[in-house]
Design a binder for this molecule. Structure first.
Ligand code: BV8
Length: 251
């Protein structure tokens, strides 16, 4: 990559990147008012992972788990995409190349920002899945144990369409394909604690020809694997970075 790691020769960027992969975590939705996980007052401060986000937890206390996801699903009605989400939508619209968003987030703020090619590797709050007929349903309201599956009619079968700890993330083959060919890997708002997502940057490094940038409020667990790191709020840093990539002269 010609040009300095920290700065950017604007034109270089526009002509070089054809396959951009952006990995997002809870930090990109923080400025929209969606709680992150590990920050103070984060979700894991209120709930133990093993009580609400594992298959065993659902087996032992399905009412608690359904309530945990019902509350988060209901909160989606009170939040809106922020400048960070919109900057990625702009990159997708204006870059003459592919931009894939791999998100660990289960909210729908990337979609509501107008983005496409979004891979929800940990599932979506606005979907439930029937454990009997395996149908995945779009779902806006609360879901309870007695709620019947709209397809097979059975009760006590619907579960949040969410990847819990110990479960295989969704779309891993597609994700591996995208990481294989990406020439710019941007990680936004993730602490780098949860695998396999936290290992994507090393995978990209191994494949070898991508530039890698971390955008996060603070250094993540994997910051040393990135060629470039910019620390601050995604809502400020992402629009500036997208400007650079799209080589718009920044005032
Ligand atoms: C699996 C859905 C087999 C649920 C989630 C290897 C080593 C060690 C452990 C493992 C390993 N491999 C597997 C494991 C086990 C486990 C794991 O990683 N455990 C951790 C705790 C050690 N992984 C699994 O179980 C995974 N499954 O491995 O299956 C397999 C193996 C190989 C290949 C295929 C399959 C499944 C994990 C998925 C669990 N489900 N979510 C729900 O949402 O309720 S994970 C959930 O937590 C999120 O989706 C996300 O992934 C994670 C939270 O992380 P972040 O999003 O990064 O959020 P966090 O709060 O931590 O950080 C926010 C960051 O933003 C902070 O750094 C903060 O500074 C920053 N920030 C805040 N505000 C801003 C900001 N940045 C910018 N701007 C701001 N304004």
């Amino acid at each position: 990559m010609r040009g300095s790691k920290r700065g950017s020769l604007v034109f270089e960027w526009k002509t070089t990147f054809k396959n951009v992969v952006v990995l997002t975590g809870a930090g990109i939705s923080a400025e929209s008012g969606v709680a992150t996980f590990r920050d103070n007052g984060g979700l894991w401060a209120e709930h133990r992972i093993e009580d609400v986000a594992t298959p065993d937890a659902f087996a032992m206390n399905p009412v608690l788990v359904q309530d945990f996801y019902n509350k988060r699903r209901a909160q989606l009605k009170e939040v809106e995409p922020n400048a960070g989400h919109r900057a990625l939508t702009r990159l997708q619209q204006e870059l003459d190349g592919n931009v894939t968003i791999i998100t660990q987030n289960v909210d729908d703020l990337h979609e509501r920002s107008g983005s496409h090619d979004i891979i929800h590797m940990h599932g979506e709050l606005r979907k439930v899945r029937c454990r009997a007929c395996a149908t995945v349903h779009q779902w806006q309201e609360d879901c309870f144990q007695e709620t019947a599956c709209p397809t097979c009619g059975r009760q006590v079968v619907l579960r949040p369409h969410i990847v819990w700890f110990g479960e295989m993330p969704f779309y891993m083959d597609l994700i591996t394909q995208k990481l294989q060919v990406c020439d710019l890997f941007i990680s936004v708002g993730t602490s780098g604690n949860v695998y396999p997502a936290a290992g994507f940057v090393t995978h990209v490094q191994q494949v070898g020809h991508a530039h890698t940038i971390e955008i996060n409020l603070e250094s993540s667990e994997g910051v040393s694997y990135f060629a470039e790191a910019r620390h601050g709020r995604a809502g400020d840093l992402l629009p500036a970075l997208i400007d650079e990539i799209l080589s718009v002269k920044v005032a």
